[in-house]
Design a protein around this ligand. Structure first.
Ligand SMILES: CC(=O)SCCNC(=O)CCNC(=O)[C@H](O)C(C)(C)COP(=O)(O)OP(=O)(O)OC[C@H]1O[C@@H](n2cnc3c(N)ncnc32)[C@H](O)[C@@H]1OP(=O)(O)O
Length: 431
């Protein structure tokens, strides 16, 4: 018998044992190796979490009102685990929308492909709708899993490299502010302030989980060395930018002298430029590696030679799924005013999304109301709407792929123009 429901506190250890990160099973892409590069190509295999560790995780998670676990029990045994974290995500028009972020998902190998994830996903969608969250989001371990549940990529992230001797910046006015290397305690104070300023004006950025920056430390991470923290302050001494970077040790000439930027945020162009000016020309280094970064990194256009920045890796980051289509589409704004009548079909997990809808947007506000019976201009899949929602993808591409069918000439172009946003949406962390 299959039972899908939130686990009880005493069931949490069994719940965690369904998760790869608790059982020590391999990860598809160990983040440090795949993204930052480093000495060891793969970090060492993690040991399964101890009973004490599982108990501590259960205690912490049960205190967290934004953590909504879901479990699948087969004949009483916990065989599958997943969870949603409640976030607020910034959408076009600088508003925020509630999003259930799917995280910590696993089905024990001997129980897989029996529909346990599908059932957990359905239960989590229903619970998110009850909490009033019109969106679900996630970052995917494998690209082939989540489209069937209505998710589709909405943001990208990249890793880039720059050779220091090619990284001359175009001339610019001198910085009126100042830079300072600080310790982890100071960085923990600055990060929330800078992130809040950035988040207010970045589509795709998420509210950080409580304690997000608590783990910042001055301790060395083996040969990768310690994280170092560079803060920018404006001319009044107010912190408006921060970067976390490492200078890993290497015996290999190919990777020696690499400066790895793991995070950098700035609330304005002057702070952004000042931070990068030092990091791309750091004494005794040869190469700068940065990840995860936005695809439309402005630094490229500050370089005298824009080709010097080489994107060495790109993947999709946040996948979006519309749970409540009219609430989601009327919560964002549309830079290009317009009107569209479109039809969604075949959404079995959120059937209220099906039907014909009329979206009307005047540049600052929008309405999305049922228009069943009206002449439709487009058929749009719920996946295409997920990708288009934050404004980073082109509707034309989804028309090529068959996710959008045009019944009135010019309707795809109108959809594309209405949904696009500038700059490209970005989320600086995954969950
Ligand atoms: C958001 C995150 O947390 S990402 C982390 C996801 N977790 C992992 O990658 C850990 C390892 N993988 C697993 O634990 C499991 O394979 C899961 C959780 C991904 C899938 O669990 P399952 O219970 O097997 O999924 P379920 O049986 O509901 O599958 C539904 C459908 O997805 C397909 N599917 C599931 N996983 C995969 C996959 N990795 N690749 C391709 N198809 C898949 C199934 O074949 C099935 O297809 P169908 O609807 O056409 O019949």
């Amino acid at each position: 018998m299959i039972d899908v429901r939130p686990p009880l506190l005493e069931e949490m250890p069994a719940y965690y044992r369904a998760l790869p990160y608790a059982t020590g099973l391999p990860q598809w892409e160990p983040e440090d190796a795949a993204w930052h590069g480093g000495l060891g190509p793969w970090p060492p295999q993690r040991a399964p979490a101890t009973a004490e560790r599982l108990a501590a995780m259960a205690a912490a998670d049960s205190e967290d009102g934004n953590f909504h676990p879901m479990a699948a029990f087969v004949d009483g045994a916990c065989a599958g685990a997943s969870a949603m974290l409640s976030f607020e995500i910034r959408v076009p028009g600088w508003r925020t929308v509630g999003m259930g972020g799917v995280t910590a998902t696993g089905v024990i190998a001997t129980y897989r492909r029996r529909g346990l994830l599908r059932r957990m996903m359905q239960a989590m969608f229903d619970a998110a709708l009850e909490r009033g969250e019109p969106l679900a989001g996630l970052s995917a371990s494998e690209g082939g899993i989540y489209g069937r549940y209505g998710f589709s990529p909405a943001t990208y992230l990249v890793r880039w490299e720059l050779a220091r001797h090619e990284a001359a910046l175009k001339p610019a006015a001198p910085d009126a502010g100042s830079l300072e290397l600080v310790d982890a305690a100071a960085a923990r104070q600055v990060w929330p302030v800078v992130h809040a300023a950035v988040r207010a004006r970045r589509v795709g950025e998420l509210t950080p989980q409580p304690g997000r920056w608590d783990r910042l430390t001055d301790e060395a991470d083996g040969a990768n060395g310690p994280l170092r923290y560079l803060v920018h302050r404006d001319e009044h001494g107010v912190a408006d930018g921060i970067a976390d970077f490492r200078l890993p040790w290497s015996a290999d000439a190919a990777t020696a002298g690499t400066l790895v930027v793991e995070a950098l945020e700035a609330a304005n162009p002057a702070a952004y430029r000042a931070l990068w000016s030092l990091l791309v020309d750091f004494d005794l280094t040869k190469t700068v590696v940065a990840a995860p970064r936005p695809r439309d990194e402005p630094l490229r256009w500050m370089l005298a030679d824009p080709r010097a920045m080489r994107i060495t890796r790109q993947t999709e980051s946040l996948w979006i799924r519309l749970l409540d289509l009219p609430a989601a589409l009327s919560a964002r704004s549309y830079d290009v005013p317009g009107e569209l009548t479109f039809t969604v079909e075949g959404d079995r997990m959120c059937p209220a999304n099906n039907g014909t809808w009329r979206l009307q947007a005047d540049g600052s506000s929008a309405t999305c109301i049922p228009a069943d019976g009206a002449k439709t201009e487009l058929r749009v899949s719920v996946q295409a709407l997920g990708s288009l929602y934050l404004g980073g993808m082109s509707a034309h591409h989804f028309a090529y792929a068959g996710d959008i069918a045009e019944y009135r000439e010019g309707a795809v172009d109108r959809l594309a123009r209405m949904f696009r946003t500038e700059p490209e949406p970005h989320n600086s962390f995954v969950f």
